[in-house]
Design a protein around this ligand. Structure first.
Ligand code: PEP
Ligand code: MG
Length: 468
């Protein structure tokens, strides 16, 4: 840190950049000394809880099939990809805990309460007993929610909604079905590219996408082209040194720069679409120009493949940049569907790094600016007659279901484990009442007041049943 600070204080751009290099190398050396998640799991030799300053999404992929009972980190927020992965893997996790590492030692007993976001270090016997009982109660309520798997997501006034699953790994397709998903609304394919030296080949990808199409058939799957960059680095991208990676070479921008890698994925998708209803979705689209470049590349891939490609593959884009919201009416004329990525939309609309716990208090889906942005997109989609879904974490925010419904949203995509609770909520509310609530909320000036208003609405509707 001392060398880094000295270099940074010299006031020369060259040395400032070298300060970042020192920081990067230092972090690397430290990480190697501390060991990656897999090595930590191996060292523990059995079921364990991982406590770390930071875990990347790649580290988290090492926890698949590992006996990790939970993890906690100093860095991160609920919408950081590491937290999203924890939910996908069903691992209790708490992120963004200040000075955690210095308060816990190897061998300590730790409780990770992922529901409340609480860590209990060296709990006494009574606390352990209380938590065992809570865990059992939670498992019971999960079971009763699962019993609703085959019930429709129907409102009190008989409007049927579509609940889709967000998945990160092919194996999650089975889990999506278990939790009652009607399809996959977001398959985050970038996880196929992490932690390896070269990108997956077209053939390898084709086989994987095919497995997911077959597992979900006849339900549709929406495959998102790789959203690499920022916190999920592509093979070879580690040396890029971007000062603001979230505003950098990410997602579709990276694809249009590395056209070979992007086309290999598009070819694999066009081929897999022959097997069943697969749709292609492009992340981080900023406007029509960029979208047209993707369409041209897709056309090129289709021509090369000839009869190996499916004839008509719906193409959609994510709406997660403010610029895309502003031109949603024009984008809607170019695609078959939209999916609103609120995790990034909130980050970019409000200038809050979604993984930065120092400003996480400002990161809220209740902000009137966020709600109005979403309303703009829903109206643009409706006017153009295209499908629109929401696949960011906001789609699973129980308090906002009536507001989203009232603004016109009918398709929600979320982690499989969130589906039963969303369905239970939908079955207790009506569209007609939600419309007036949404119109009222769109004119409330602060996030706190919006949240209070929707909480009061739901308490009034659901009474003691409502515990959100
Ligand atoms: C989003 O940004 O809301 C989204 C669904 O994509 P990701 O979380 O993978 O960035
Ligand atoms: Mg996103």
């Amino acid at each position: 840190d001392e060398i880094k600070n000295t270099l940074a204080s010299l006031g020369d751009d060259y040395f400032k950049e070298r300060a970042q290099d020192v920081d990067f190398v230092g972090t690397r050396v430290l990480r190697n000394l501390l060991g990656h998640a897999t090595e930590i799991v191996d060292a523990a030799g059995g079921p364990c809880i991982i406590i770390a300053d930071v875990l990347s999404p790649t580290d988290t992929t090492h926890m698949v099939d590992a006996p990790v009972m939970g993890f906690a980190t100093e860095v991160g927020t609920r919408t950081s990809h590491t937290a999203i992965m924890a939910q996908a893997l069903g691992i209790p996790a708490v992120v963004g805990v200040e000075s955690l590492a210095e308060r816990v030692s190897t061998g300590d007993t730790v409780i990770v309460d992922g529901l409340l976001g609480v860590i209990v270090i060296r709990p006494d016997a009574a606390t352990i007993a209380e938590y065992r009982e809570r865990a059992a109660r939670h498992a019971e309520s999960e079971k009763s929610l699962l019993a609703m798997r085959d019930e429709p997501a129907r409102t009190l006034d008989n409007v049927d909604l579509t609940l889709l699953a967000n998945i990160e790994f092919p194996a999650e397709a089975a889990m999506a079905l278990d939790y009652g998903a009607m399809g996959v609304g977001l398959y985050r394919t970038e996880f196929l590219y992490l932690d390896r030296k070269t990108p997956p080949s077209e053939e390898e990808q084709y086989r994987i996408y095919r497995t997911v199409v077959e597992a979900m058939s006849p339900r549709p799957i929406i495959v998102r082209t790789f959203d690499l960059g920022a916190d999920k680095l592509a093979p070879g991208q580690e040396n890029l040194h971007e000062a603001n990676p979230a505003l950098g070479l990410r997602a579709v921008r990276l694809g249009l720069k590395n056209r070979g890698m992007f086309k290999a994925q598009l070819r694999a998708l066009l081929r897999a679409a022959k097997v069943g209803p697969l749709k292609i979705m492009v992340p981080m689209i900023s406007g029509v120009g960029e979208l047209r470049q993707v369409k041209a590349l897709l056309e090129e891939a289709r021509k090369e493949l000839g009869s190996e490609a499916a004839e008509r593959v719906p193409l959609g884009c994510m709406i997660e940049l403010p610029s895309a919201v502003f031109v949603a009416d024009m984008l809607a004329r170019e695609v078959d569907f939209f999916s609103i990525g609120t995790n990034d939309l909130i980050q970019y609309a409000m200038a809050i790094d979604r993984g930065n716990d120092h400003v996480a208090y400002l990161y809220t889906p209740f902000h009137p600016g966020v709600l109005r942005a979403i309303y703009t997109v829903l109206q643009a989609a409706e006017a153009a007659g295209i499908d629109v879904a929401m696949c960011g974490n906001m789609a699973a925010e129980a308090l906002l279901v009536p507001v989203l419904l009232g603004m016109g949203l009918r398709t929600f995509s979320m982690a499989p484990t969130s589906i039963p609770a969303a369905k239970a909520m939908i079955r207790k509310i009506s569209v007609s009442e939600s419309v007036s609530l949404a119109q009222e909320v769109l004119n409330i000036p602060t996030a706190t007041e919006v949240e209070d208003r929707v909480r009061r609405h739901l308490l009034g509707k659901l009474g003691p049943d409502f515990n959100g």
